[in-house]
Design a protein around this ligand. Structure first.
Ligand code: NDP
Ligand code: CA
Length: 314
């Protein structure tokens, strides 16, 4: 039905040895920059009306409001000015950091550059530190066109409990695997130096499937990170089948179905436990035209994970 947002629900994940009173929710979402939604991306099966900003922005808010995250990590934000006052009214604060040379600047309906944004619920967390960085190549420290926002928070209920949260959007497209790996390695090293003793959560659109080198950079980093969504299907212990699913038009009427997992929530395994995860709609519910659609406003699904701090074992 055209009028309803796709149905999703939270799935409980095993939760021993953690403190339920410290539970908090993190949401990761590439919201599809409005500036990219009409042109380059070429979502030929998506009705034009569904991409109209006046409609789509309400669907974006609907998804955020039903998840009710305590920390919200976004990519492809080119309407921060729309989001900030609304999020403030809802009890959040946050910030935006644009890509240095955003492709959104060169589109017909440009509303400025796209970039990453992060919001946090001010009744839940106090902000201890914030920084916005341009990602460099790990090998030669050359600047790239991708960015990250990093916050360090303390839980308001127990200010001894701190967590650092990063959001990023790595370089897109085939052929850029090496750059993605170097951007990932740079971010991992940066976080390792700055936050070696603080539990970490790293959210992002990595533009990389689990088989790519950058995934290994995170999975095998000295930060002891786990990918939260590997726990969604407990028995399998693998990434879900899709975090994005779209049909792109090509030359002479060709259509390419793109269905894979490239969005992740990484967390420090021995300091945080995953309590629940937001599941994905089924193929049948998504429908034959895939995303975006009237029923879902981005080509990427949001991810959301409830975390708890582990209990001290000393
Ligand atoms: P990326 O290569 O990282 O991609 C930018 C966006 O394009 C991403 O948000 C990505 O979405 C999306 N995307 C991925 N695959 C496709 C696809 N097959 N078709 C359409 N869109 C896709 O961008 P960069 O930051 O590296 O580069 C910015 C771009 O802007 C450069 O290509 C540069 O040439 C261009 N530019 C254009 C200028 C002009 O005058 N036209 C001037 C300056 C820059 P997702 O992450 O969801 O996959
Ligand atoms: Ca995109």
């Amino acid at each position: 039905e055209k009028s309803k947002l796709l149905t999703r629900s939270f799935v409980d994940v095993s939760s021993d040895l953690a403190d339920e009173s410290t539970r908090f929710r993190v949401m990761q979402w590439n919201i599809l920059a409005q500036g990219l939604s009409f042109g380059k991306d070429n979502f030929i099966r998506c009705p034009r009306d569904a991409l109209d900003w006046k409609f789509r922005r309400l669907r974006l808010l609907e998804e955020i409001l039903r998840v009710r995250p305590d920390i919200l990590c976004l990519q492809e934000v080119d309407h921060f000015g729309f989001l900030l006052p609304i999020m403030k009214k809802l009890g959040y604060n946050g910030s935006f950091f644009p890509k240095p040379d955003s492709p959104c600047l060169f589109t017909a309906c440009s509303n400025g550059p796209d970039g990453c944004a992060m919001f946090y619920r001010t009744s839940k967390f106090s902000c201890l530190e914030k920084e916005s960085i341009v990602l460099m190549r790990d090998s030669n420290k050359a600047l790239t066109n991708q960015v990250s926002i990093i916050y360090k928070f303390a839980l308001k209920d127990d200010s001894r409990l701190e967590v650092a949260v990063a959001t990023t959007h790595l370089k897109a497209k085939n052929g850029w695997e090496q750059l993605r790996m170097e951007q990932g390695a740079y971010l991992v090293n940066y976080l390792h130096e700055k936050f070696c003793n603080t539990p970490l959560i790293i959210c992002g659109d990595f533009n990389a499937e689990y088989s790519e080198p950058v995934y290994q950079v995170f999975a095998e980093s000295p930060l002891s990170l786990g990918s939260a969504y590997k726990l969604l299907n407990k028995g399998l212990n693998c990434e879900p089948p899709y975090s994005t699913w779209k049909i792109r038009g090509g030359f002479n009427g060709s259509e390419t179905d793109v269905c894979h997992t490239i969005d992740y929530i990484w967390y420090t395994k021995n300091r945080l436990k995953v309590r629940a995860l937001l599941n994905f709609p089924t193929e049948e519910d998504i429908g034959p035209d895939r995303l975006p659609s009237y029923q879902y406003p981005s080509d990427h699904f949001s991810l959301a994970s409830d975390f708890m701090f582990t209990l001290d074992d000393d």
